[in-house]
Ligand binder design. Sequence first.
Ligand code: ADP
Ligand code: MG
Length: 329
Amino acid sequence: MLSEFSLIDRFFARRATAPSPRHDDEAARPLGIGDDCALIAPPIGHQLAISTDMLVEGRHFFPDVDPYALGHKALAVNLSDIAAMGAAPHAFTLALALPRADEAWLQAFSDGLFALAERHDCALIGGDTTSGPLNICITVFGDVPQGAALRRDAARPGDDIWVSGTLGDARAGLGAIRGEWRAPEGCDWRRALERPEPRVALGIALRGVAHAALDISDGLAGDLMHILKRSGVRAAVDADAVPCSDAVRALPEAARRQCTLAGGDDYELCFTAPVEARAALATIATNVKVPLTRIGTIEPSGAPGIAWRDASGAPLSLTLQGFDHFHAD
Ligand code: ADP
Ligand code: MG
């Protein structure tokens, strides 16, 4: 049986790269795993961007989930928050409660975790390990030039509203698992659900171009409302312009709208930008290889809320609920 410290060493500490220095100051040298605290500092002229996300068995993932995918997703959802602020990820901590020290499980989990961490040059700098019901909590640290973060309160009247990638595949898969509809054909929903790709390069490219931004984790309708409330503005959104895969498009209309507008687990970015930024955004989409779709506008006036329209511009009355842990069915 593995001890706590041999487990940490073998699956996490030994595989962790040291955090890279952020500036030349010797005294500010970063420190990773092995002491009571890690030490990090952002580059001069930058702010630290910090986010925590917890994944709980039975709530965020099924007990039989592939541990490699779980390692990926636990970090991906955190990197997605860093991306939404326009920050560059740098380091993370990992707090882990494990029911048992299953070596094969830990190997696959740490493989999935480190594969994504290495792609984003994000160093594991510490954590905590305990026995208990499976629970994974990651805190990620990123850098963003002072004042350049993409915040939720920065949408302005007249802005276009954009989303990256496609929405709804993960929710379509969940609905198929739950028997709400037949699995959409040709849809790699398991990949969407288990292996979301955080839009880090896009978030960085949107600095100085986008006004407000967030990542869509609980469904477009609910998440866009966070921007609208924080910015004190109203939106008009074309529900049929919201981008989705061909497989989701082929679902019955009500199911399609549920998936694309209120699905959740999308981890795409939703952002607002002035009309003059359209050409720059076309270039950014090409450079970062992520499609960007304009879905609506921020209205000149009105209380925070979303006026939904269909492709012909006719008003739609939709009652959509984003995901809420304390009001879930
Ligand atoms: P302390 O008792 O001082 O909180 P621990 O004994 O829990 O420290 O951990 C020893 C070292 O191992 C610390 O540097 C801690 O950050 C690191 N650590 C513990 N668990 C993990 C983990 N799951 N991943 C990465 N580092 C970890
Ligand atoms: Mg200590």
